[in-house]
Structure formats: C-alpha cells, structure tokens
Design a protein around this ligand. Sequence first.
Ligand SMILES: [Zn+2]
Length: 118
Amino acid sequence: MAAVIRVQPAAQRRRDFARWAVSQTPKIRTVSPHEFAVPADLFEHVPEELLLDARVEGQPYVPAPQPEPQSEPQEAVREETASVQDDGRLVCGVCTRDFGSERALRSHQRQAHPDSEE
Ligand SMILES: [Zn+2]
C-alpha cells in the first residue's frame, strides 16, 4: 500500500481541495473530518494554491522555493553578504573566498556558514 500524506486544507480552500480530491483516480479519501489522505506520489501534483495555509502531516505547509533564474548572475545573487568582483567572481562576504558561480557560492555558504542565512 502506498504511503499517504495527510493534508488539512485551509478552511477557505477546503471546498476546492475536495473538488480536486474527488477528481483524482482513485478518489482521495478523507482520514478525518478535516484531513485528506493524499498518496505520496500524487502530493507533488497537488495545485500549489490548494496547499496555501494548509497543514501537511500536522505541520504548516511551506511552499517549495522557486528556482533562481540562471541568466544574470549579478542579479540572481541575493545573499546580503555576497558581492561581485570586477572580474565577475562572486565573493562570499562572510569570509573572503570567491567563487565562479552562484551555485558554488551558495553551496559554500550553506556548508561553511550555516548560521549566516537569515
Ligand atoms: Zn564564506
């Protein structure tokens, strides 16, 4: 039997969520008066707006972060501490290491300065 994720939609979205739930095949069952049992492999297909303010497994739902645009690295970097050198390399700012890509910088900051975000 597939794992399920318990979703309690926000009160104002419950009707829309229920409409979505019964349109699935097989229908999504309720596990309590307020909770739906969404199969784990279907959860990622739940429309984002139906999950706003919902509780998932009893926890407030947190929207998945949107991917950062990859086009202009200077604009894509939003770390308060990061800066761009004249040669285009990204400086960490928390320490003085520099990196050739935003991805490398972020990876470094996550690992070297896990407490510096937010
Ligand atoms: Zn650093």
